[in-house]
Design a protein around this ligand. Structure first.
Ligand SMILES: [Zn+2]
Length: 417
């Protein structure tokens, strides 16, 4: 297939060109490519598919859930009041609906890969398989993990590890990979953190864990290091309250950080030490949908207010880091419109305005782009969103199913507490 006459937007190169896609990969980019099966993009914008580096798809049915019974006194108290009540109310059906609802949202935002962190203490067995299959039906690339935790007792923790092993045994490929998930150092015993790290090392994958999201979890990296529980390639989500020695040590251990500015603001946990986190910082949403452009924009404005020193170019780099991180986990090359890179591409309707160039692309991402421009999404050479319609999904039927599942989840939250 040839995507003809596209304005190709790479962070380091902007040019009008034709793009040849064969076998799910970009094989040629240039002027006047010959071949049948042409799609004329007529100068529309083309950019690499976006990556959400830290998501919780299980929260897709949360909007409208019962309001807080009391004002949370701390971050941990809020987890108890809201998120842990929600995850306990999930069953395999609502997990599947959440994945489909969240996956459809991702496609419409131009997201082609989701790195998810899942929890469902009353439906652990088979949960990652359900997520994997649902996202697979939408054609999304995914990196899955189950949040192992001791907060539901040792049996719950062991079940989380077993589910991880089960999913690891399904095997990894360019569309789906598994990491070992751990909720956060505060909810895991030393023994359990070691078990998670041992499993991650044995499988050759990293740990995906929340660290120092709030003051309650201060010292998390120091503890992981003391337990020898930070395997290379791990994802440390948030890191808002990490001390300088922890930031340096995590960097030296080859860990990635993910930054979720909207979630941090929503939970009032504080401001992450972005300027001291090094180069391996990717962006996530922490379950607040999958709109990576909105996340980047919110993050940029908050960083301006905080005088952090991250200009638009640094934010574009963080978006780009998600491509490297996801590519590493899936064993594919992501993030550029160039030969040898996966054909994960987003077609956008141009927003009329000044000519786009390498020099102003980052500023345009902040001030001009938005997911309302997303028109088509291709993943591994297959159209998954075409003319703004999700391919192969009956949205009315999904909406009906989501409404039933959401009410059932909220009912369980209200009755089980
Ligand atoms: Zn999270």
């Amino acid at each position: 297939m040839i995507l003809a006459d596209a304005l190709c937007l790479d962070p380091d190169r902007v040019r009008r060109a034709d793009v040849r896609v064969e076998g799910g990969v970009i094989t040629e980019v240039g002027g006047q490519l010959e071949g049948a099966d042409r799609v004329d993009l007529a100068g529309r914008w083309l950019m690499p598919g976006l990556v959400c580096a830290h998501h919780h798809l299980y929260s897709a049915l949360a909007t409208g859930m019962p309001f807080l019974p009391e004002v949370p006194r701390s971050f941990t108290h809020m987890l108890e009041l809201v998120w842990w009540r929600l995850d306990r109310a999930l069953d395999l059906d609502s997990i599947e609906v959440s994945a489909l609802v969240g996956g459809v949202d991702a496609l419409r935002r131009g997201v082609t890969t989701i790195i998810d962190h899942h929890a469902s203490p009353n439906a652990i067995e088979g949960s990652l398989g359900v997520l994997d299959d649902a996202l697979g039906r939408l054609g999304l690339r995914r990196v899955l993990a189950y949040e192992v935790t001791d907060r539901n007792g040792p049996d719950g923790a062991r079940a989380g590890l077993r589910e991880t092993e089960r999913q690891l045994a399904r095997g990894a490929g360019p569309m789906s990979a598994t990491m070992v998930g751990a909720h956060a150092a505060i909810t895991l015993s030393d023994q359990r953190l070691r078990a998670c790290a041992d499993l991650a090392r044995a499988a050759g994958v990293g740990l995906h864990v929340h660290v120092a999201e709030a003051v309650d979890d201060r010292g998390a990296v120091r503890r992981l290091l003391a337990l020898d529980a930070l395997p290379p390639g791990s994802i440390l989500a948030h890191g808002v309250h990490l001390a300088d020695d922890e930031l340096r040590a995590a960097g030296a251990a080859g860990a990635w950080f993910t930054h979720q500015p909207r979630s941090n603001m929503n939970n009032a946990v504080g401001y992450a030490p972005l300027a001291r986190m090094g180069d391996r910082v990717a962006l996530g949403t922490d379950g607040i949908g999958a709109d990576m452009l909105a996340e980047l924009q919110a993050g940029y404005f908050r960083s301006q207010e905080g005088a952090v020193g991250w200009g638009p170019g640094r934010w574009m780099q963080a978006l780009d880091a998600g491509q490297s991180l996801a590519g590493q986990k899936l064993g594919v090359t992501l993030g550029r419109i160039a030969p040898g890179h996966a054909a994960d591409l987003v077609v956008l309707d141009p927003a009329p305005g000044p000519p786009l160039a390498v020099e102003n692309l980052a500023a345009a991402l902040v001030f001009r782009f938005g997911s309302h421009l997303v028109r088509d999404v291709m993943i591994a050479g297959e159209w998954r969103l075409r003319d703004r319609q999700v391919v192969g999904v009956d949205l009315a039927a999904l909406d009906g199913r989501a409404q039933v599942a959401a009410r059932a989840v909220w009912e369980r939250m209200a009755t089980r507490g």
